[in-house]
Design a protein around this ligand. Structure first.
Ligand code: SF4
Length: 225
């Protein structure tokens, strides 16, 4: 994918080039979270028909589900697909809906990792909105990564963008923030596993707070290309 590394500094050019090369074998993953609007605006500028996958775990804040619809409409995205666990899987493995409380890894496998594994099979390249500055676990991330366990590439167009850069660009583009940002949620995942953070903490410290868990598993096992 040498053609992609040549344009990796410009997110719109990177997405446009990737879409031209890959067509329907390219997809963008978005949580429609705190900073998602910027990557999605770049997607819309590159080509609004690029596939966007939204992982609906069944445990999102209601505000996230509303924001997902409103933001997609505002940006003119035409190819957003909701993916997630089947009702039968949830009924079988999490009948009370409280698996997150006593086995969050099993809950993330059920509601995130396994559905994404199935939904991402048609795609050679997945685009994420991850940034180096979000957490120590992401500090060495590169823009173009390959998975250690598959041939599938990951593109992280915002890897080197700081939170300040992102906020400035979102304001310049008049992009609406996720409504929970105003309440101190700087990284927004499932409602039971997300709390607001204060100014001294990194953005993702509000995720699985108090547990020895920092990632849900969908972004593990990538290495620089
Ligand atoms: S983030 Fe929490 S609620 Fe969401 S899938 Fe993982 S453990 Fe379950």
């Amino acid at each position: 994918m040498r053609q992609l590394t040549e344009v990796q500094e410009n997110p719109v050019l990177l997405l446009r080039k990737a879409h031209a090369l890959l067509g329907s074998r390219l997809a963008v993953m978005s949580s429609f979270g705190a900073e998602s609007a910027l990557l999605l605006a770049f997607v819309a500028e590159a080509d609004p028909d690029i596939k966007v996958l939204f992982l609906n775990t069944g445990k999102h804040f209601p505000q996230t589900l509303t924001y997902r619809q409103e933001l997609a409409d505002k940006l003119g995205l035409t190819n957003v697909e909701d993916i997630g666990p089947s009702p039968a899987q949830v009924s079988d493995r999490d009948p009370t809906g409280e698996l997150w409380a006593f086995d969050p890894d099993a809950c993330c496998n059920l509601r995130k990792v396994e559905p994404l594994q199935v939904a991402s099979l048609p795609y050679e390249v997945l685009v994420t909105g991850r940034k180096r500055g979000q957490a120590a676990t992401r500090a060495t991330m590169t823009i173009v990564e390959e998975r250690a366990d598959s041939q599938q590439l990951r593109l992280n167009p915002l890897a080197f963008w700081s939170a300040r850069d992102i906020q400035a660009e979102m304001q310049r583009r008049a992009l609406p923030p996720h409504p929970l940002v105003a309440e101190g949620y700087l990284s927004i995942g499932c409602a039971p596993c997300t709390r607001p953070v204060d100014g001294q903490e990194d953005a993702r410290s509000g995720r699985w707070s108090g547990l020895n868990k920092t990632e849900c598993g969908i972004h593990i096992a990538a290495k620089p290309l």
